[in-house]
Design a protein around this ligand. Structure first.
Ligand code: API
Length: 266
């Protein structure tokens, strides 16, 4: 049997498995089965916390479709709560640090990348205002914050069909590793409203890396300076970044309940 915790960051929910003492052979198929909200435990992402040689813990991230990915901002904020102290975390995106602060947990998400082949895109392009279009959406920006994001700044969020445009763009061949699709509306001097169609999970109540990528894109486009409040359906995150630096994201993390499961049954 294996211990797990059900946790979330602003409603972006996780099953967090403790594999520090006993490694868990997590496969894409098993992750998909665990994440299934009808026949499994149910979550947007499955998180496996393990031992690490060069950090307090390691973190593996699997989307609900089973795909293993590099970064998950909301889950990263849950790790100090899961472990019980401030931690350094080894991920596919690099070494992160997460610490408890007033108002929740603060994470250094590392430096964003902007080169077309770092997003990645399948052809050379300016990533501040891409020469690509989808229906009546404006030219987007693209940012890699450990995982790939495309960001559309729209005038009226209520006029966007997320369920149609999200998967269409996620699977566009311009994004060889697929992409997280961010629909953003600037609503104040340092305030952005954000809805995210997540790669491998669809519409979620919040996306931490999406909030980071969107705030960075807004600052790059000189729409505002940090720190930026990003309002998602599940609540607010504060993202700070200045050109040449790393991204600091701060927001809540919630532990819901603990459980036990035999992972070989999935
Ligand atoms: N769907 C993302 C991973 C989860 C990101 C999100 N839940 C967050 O809080 O950053 C991807 O495929 O890159």
């Amino acid at each position: 049997m294996g211990r797990f915790s059900k946790m979330h960051g602003l409603g972006n929910d996780f099953v967090v498995i403790d594999a520090r003492d006993d490694a868990v052979a997590m496969t894409q198929a098993r992750a998909r089965a665990i994440a299934d909200r009808h026949t499994g435990i149910g979550c947007d992402q499955l998180i496996v916390i393990g031992a690490a040689d060069d950090a307090d813990v390691s973190m593996q991230i699997f989307n609900a479709d089973g795909s293993e990915v590099e970064a998950c901002g909301n889950a990263t904020r849950c790790v100090p709560l899961f472990v019980g102290r401030d931690v350094t975390i080894r991920t596919k995106a690099g070494l992160l640090d997460a610490k408890a602060v007033d108002g929740g947990v603060s994470v250094d998400m590392g430096a964003p990348r902007f080169d077309w082949d770092a997003i990645p895109l399948s052809l050379p392009m300016d990533t501040l205002a891409m020469s690509a279009s989808w229906e009546d959406l404006p030219p987007p920006a693209a940012v890699n914050v450990g995982n790939p994001h495309v960001i559309f700044f729209v005038e009226d969020m209520d006029g966007v069909n997320f369920d149609r445009l999200g998967p269409l763009i996620e699977h566009d061949p311009l994004f060889p590793q697929r992409v997280n699709v961010n629909f953003a509306q600037v609503t104040g001097d340092n305030h952005i409203r954000l809805i995210v169609w997540e790669r491998g999970a669809g519409l979620t109540r919040a996306c931490g890396t999406g909030a980071c990528a969107t705030a960075v894109a807004a600052i790059r486009r000189r729409l505002m300076a940090g720190p930026v409040t990003v309002s998602l359906p599940g609540g607010d995150l504060v993202v700070d970044w200045a050109p040449g630096g790393t991204i600091r994201m701060t927001g809540p993390a919630t532990h819901v309940f603990d459980g036990e499961a035999d992972w070989t049954r999935f």
